[in-house]
Design a protein around this ligand. Structure first.
Ligand code: NAG
Ligand code: NAG
Ligand code: NAG
Length: 360
């Protein structure tokens, strides 16, 4: 709820119209603003590439799923990174009127592992939301996985039934919608970046496929579970986000030399193959400590930190050694509630004081 509100706020600060500069490597990446805009934009929205607009118009029943995919991905990105210096939040628009807004646009084309994560998580979000729409019977071209309607394992007492999520359509739609605009620039100057982003899009989709699981329901006399009906289902998006966060922590820097195949930058590790689900980056990340409008980095000033934590949310790390301010925040809440016969609840008002620390 709180995060949703924060996203809404970010969207108000940064109307999608400001975010148009399309860098070659980020081509087609701006679609994700559909997930943040408060006014439920449709297919004709400016952040879509012409190819995306075309696809979207051909499949009007998917407009909601496209928006939902972007929202899911960005929400999960914020959630996975909420304690880190880079918190997946775009920079506020430049104060100078008329100045170009770099914001997320630059982060998308920076070739860093953060940009790798955004691509993967939003591509996964699109698979997830489109597949949901398929299973709900909202899309003509797809439905539940029909190949599983019969069969199962009678000896183990279960059979397929219900609606199994069929991710094939979602996977292919996510490829068409996100990859084609990038493929169009792989031959040009942004090529390394586009190849990297294509790989990371696919890594996100593979995460959804890899984390498919099975749900079952018991039948039988008084819940004896003598017979089970099972169906395939996608994991929660949070689980997919955690999986991708782990891939982010172990992401691989690739060489920027244009070769046919992607290669690791680290020569001593070149023999270790790159897997489909690995996240790849080209460029080292900035430290995200100080605000930089040009790079779309909001900096950590004003971020709330935890004085006792040793982790990335600890004041020392989060504030980059600049120190922090402490404010006392007063909370008033109902407490010591008692049930009074009959019939109401009587409470006291309790006040608590908490220290809140924010980075200088
Ligand atoms: C399916 O369509 C209905 C009606 O338009 C909508 O309310 C619902 O949210 C959709 N479900 C999914 C998963 O897209
Ligand atoms: C690729 O780019 C060219 C020129 O920028 C454009 O005319 C063409 O429609 C694009 N193709 C696709 C498939 O997006
Ligand atoms: C701060 O960090 C400590 C240690 O990691 C943790 O126990 C505590 O719950 C955190 N406090 C808040 C407000 O998050």
């Amino acid at each position: 709820m709180g995060r949703g509100a924060a996203l809404g706020r970010a969207a108000l600060l940064l109307p999608p119209l400001l975010l148009l500069p399309l860098c070659p490597g980020a081509a087609g990446g701006n679609w994700m603003w559909l997930g943040m805009a408060p006014e439920r934009p449709g297919c004709a929205s400016p952040p879509l590439s012409s190819r995306q607009k075309e696809l979207c118009k051909k499949r009007p029943e998917l407009v909601g799923a496209i928006r939902e995919g972007a929202r899911l991905g960005l929400h999960e990105c914020r959630s996975q990174f909420r304690h880190e210096r880079w918190d997946c939040r775009p920079a506020p628009a430049p104060r100078r009127p008329g100045a170009p807004a770099a914001a997320f646009g630059h982060q998308l084309s920076s070739g860093t592992k953060e940009s790798a994560f955004i691509h993967a998580v939003t591509a996964a979000g699109l698979v997830h939301s489109v597949t949901r729409a398929c299973s709900a019977g909202n899309v003509t071209e797809c439905s539940c996985d029909a190949s599983l309607q019969s069969g199962g394992s009678a000896s183990e007492g279960w059979h397929w039934g219900g609606c199994s999520d069929d991710i094939h359509y979602g996977m292919s739609f996510s490829r068409k919608f996100l990859d084609v605009p990038l493929k169009n620039v792989t031959g040009k100057s942004g090529s390394r970046l586009a190849v990297m982003n294509l790989h990371n899009n696919e890594a996100g989709r593979q995460a959804v496929a890899k984390l498919m699981s099975m749900d079952c329901r018991c039948h039988g006399v008084s819940g004896s579970c003598a017979v089970k009906t099972c169906w395939k289902t996608m994991s929660s998006f949070e689980k997919i986000g955690r999986f991708l966060k782990d891939k982010y922590e172990n992401s691989i820097q690739i060489s920027d030399r244009v070769k046919k195949k992607l290669r690791r930058k680290e020569k001593s590790q070149r023999k270790i193959p790159i897997q489909k689900e690995d996240l790849l980056y080209l460029n080292k990340s900035p430290n995200y400590c100080v605000e930089d409008h040009k790079l779309g980095i909001p900096g950590t000033q004003g971020r709330e930190c935890n004085r006792t934590s040793e982790g990335p949310d600890g004041c020392n790390l989060l504030c980059c050694g600049r120190g922090y301010n402490t404010h006392v925040v007063r909370h008033v809440e109902r407490c010591e509630c008692k049930f009074v016969w009959c019939c109401y609840v009587r409470c006291r008002r309790c006040e608590t004081m908490t220290d809140v620390h924010t980075c200088k």
